[in-house]
Design a protein around this ligand. Structure first.
Ligand SMILES: *[C@@H]1O[C@H](CO)[C@@H](O)[C@H](O)[C@H]1NC(C)=O
Ligand SMILES: *[C@@H]1O[C@H](CO)[C@@H](O)[C@H](O)[C@H]1NC(C)=O
Length: 283
């Protein structure tokens, strides 16, 4: 499976570019020079947003192939992970990318405003699709689809959970446990690596710890989306108490985003079947 991820450095660039000129242009609608400057500034940003949106579509397909490979009979989930370590690593890389992207997106709400400026400009100036395509810009239909994507609080994670749900519902012959066991096994591997001193001391830097924590949270969220009773129930194959504890032992600035992801992007946390203890741990 050849699947190069977009570099995180490109991501940082995307979110770091704030566009003060847009604000000036919005405040001075009559100033045509300013409007032009704003347009020229916003187009490259929109091109980047498009690149990441298109990437999410590829991510969806890649995840499906990965799940197919990691759940195909006759092997058990642990055997799969042992036999196909490179695929498991690729899956982990995808989850790491996904949670990094969404964390940055959540802390930079400005990109949505910048994108609205672009959409308003194309509709006010009645720039038609042909004109936009000729200049290599994002056309109306694409802008609408992108707008729905970026309106999600955690767009990349939503893409993955949609893809996982779709995979499970499309493969009726495949028992749902094959998929959820693959996810819970990965969560378990991450948790054990994080909480066992002998393993943890082999992590040479904090990035590795963070990588492991993101992957753990990512598979928990996917599990919670596809498993009928979710990750927080007593019957769950994920030791949620253990996972949350290991997160809370880390410096809070590095895990706050991950704890928030568990609080706000899971499906079953507020179910009656969730124990009071787990709820308290996440409060
Ligand atoms: C996820 O699926 C829902 C329902 O099918 C859809 O409305 C939404 O746009 C999808 N989100 C992403 C990011 O793919
Ligand atoms: C899952 O469904 C897809 C599409 O229907 C099919 O191509 C694939 O072989 C199925 N995989 C498994 C493991 O059942």
């Amino acid at each position: 499976l050849q699947f190069p991820l977009l570099p995180i450095s490109a991501l940082l660039l995307l979110f770091l570019c704030r566009l003060p000129v847009l604000l000036q242009a919005i405040q001075n609608p009559g100033d045509l020079q300013l409007q032009e400057k704003a347009w020229n500034a916003v187009c490259p940003l929109v091109a980047k947003l498009k690149r990441f949106y298109e990437f999410s579509l590829r991510l969806e397909n890649a995840l499906r192939s990965l799940l197919e490979a990691l759940t195909s009979p006759p092997y058990a989930p642990m055997q799969h992970l042992e036999r196909e370590q490179a695929l498991a690593k690729q899956f982990a890389e995808i989850l790491h990318f996904t949670l990094s992207f969404d964390e940055l997106k959540m802390t930079n709400p400005a990109i949505q405003n910048d994108f609205s400026y672009y959409r308003r400009t194309i509709s006010r100036n009645r720039l038609n699709n042909q004109q936009l395509e000729a200049e290599n810009e994002v056309n109306n239909e694409m802008a609408n689809r992108m707008s729905l994507f970026y309106a999600e609080a955690t767009p990349m994670l939503k893409t993955l959970s949609n893809a996982t749900t779709k995979f499970v519902s499309e493969n009726k012959t495949l028992p749902i446990e094959d998929t959820t066991d693959c996810l819970s096994t990965m969560a378990c591997v991450c948790r054990v690596m994080l909480e066992t001193p002998e393993y943890r001391c082999r992590f040479t830097n904090t990035d590795t710890m963070l990588f492991c924590m993101r992957v753990m949270v990512g598979v928990i969220i996917l599990y919670d989306h596809v498993h009928p009773v979710g990750a927080f129930a007593k019957t769950s194959k994920i030791d949620m108490k253990g996972c949350i504890k290991v997160l809370k032992e880390q410096p809070s600035n590095s895990v706050e985003g991950l704890l928030n992801a568990l609080r706000y992007t899971t499906r079953h946390l507020n179910d009656d079947s969730t124990s009071k203890q787990i709820r308290a741990l996440l409060q």
